[in-house]
Design a protein around this ligand. Structure first.
Ligand code: NAD
Length: 264
């Protein structure tokens, strides 16, 4: 089916859906200039796999190296802006209060910067830090070190107990934030339509949300520039840059380039 026909079909599905879930991944931020994990495998950090850096074991083994990798990614994120895809989702949310649940695997904070509210950020936020472990001075309570006790360094440490700051992201092997995951799962199980945007569908449990939606009878639409692991369960696949097709799909705004390609 030609891409423009698919666009019209999916636009109709979006207009008629009572509850829409958008599940986004690194691809939605690619046009803002944030590298996906695959893109990040060039240059300075090419010899490291994210899986070898984004773990607590890697941090404990070499805190400075991991901190420096995050400093490099944080600098990238600090110098980019939300693109048309982030803005289209934010505008759709504003125009249709209560209809959209936005679930992201991204840690770049660009959905929030675009004005989306109540974003379920399953993998945390790279712009924030948290303590590596509960404060040992408070052995019998849950209280952490006070942020004010952090002293400069790579990574900064508590000047009293030596606890280290770490990026507030979910590393490989760590549990996702319980409440956000619960709400994302609930939204997936109760939606009419799920838009899976710019994710390879390789990272679980986030990728499993598409199956939750499918099993609950929702339509699943994949928007991606390439093939994904979730293509088999999709009702429709739109092979296109997110920033080119989301303004048209969500808001009816026509963008250049969308009509020229074939869909998957
Ligand atoms: P991924 O790198 O595995 O996949 C990115 C996907 O985006 C690919 O399928 C690719 O074909 C597609 N894509 C690339 N450009 C696109 C565009 N312009 N429009 C639409 N699709 C496009 O990323 P993932 O699936 O999100 O999962 C891997 C992990 O990467 C996640 O845990 C996430 O936290 C982390 N990550 C996040 C960021 C970020 O916050 N921006 C960046 C890198 C990695």
């Amino acid at each position: 089916m030609p891409l423009q026909e698919k666009m019209q079909k999916v636009r109709g599905w979006i207009q008629s859906a009572q509850r829409v879930v958008a599940l986004t991944g690194a691809g939605i931020s690619a046009e803002s200039g944030v590298p996906t994990f695959r893109d990040a495998q060039t240059g300075l950090w090419a010899r490291y796999k994210p899986e070898d850096l984004a773990t607590e074991a890697a941090f404990r083994h070499d805190p400075q190296r991991v901190w420096d990798w995050y400093a490099w990614r944080r600098e990238l994120v600090a110098n980019v802006s939300p693109n048309a895809a982030h803005h289209a989702l934010a505008e759709f949310g504003r125009q249709h209060p209560g209809r959209l649940t936005l679930v992201t695997q991204n840690v770049d904070g660009l959905h929030q910067q675009a004005g989306s509210e109540d974003v379920l950020a399953l993998h945390g936020n790279i712009r924030q830090d948290r303590w590596l472990r509960p404060c040992p001075r408070e052995r019998f309570s849950e209280r952490d070190c006070e942020p004010a006790t952090a002293t400069e360094g790579r990574p900064p440490k508590c000047d009293v107990c030596g606890n280290q700051l770490r990026p507030a992201v979910v590393w490989f092997g760590e549990a996702l934030p319980e409440i956000s995951l619960f709400r994302a799962d609930e939204a997936a199980g109760n939606c009419d339509l799920m838009l899976v945007i710019g994710t390879s569908g390789l990272v679980y449990p986030a990728a499993g949300l598409a199956d939750v939606a499918r099993r609950a009878g929702a339509r699943v639409v994949i928007i991606n520039t390439g093939p994904t692991e979730l293509d088999d369960l999709a009702d429709c696949g739109i092979r296109c840059k997110a920033a080119e097709c989301l303004p048209e799909l969500l808001l009816g705004e026509t963008r250049m380039g969308v009509t020229a390609e074939e869909g998957v």
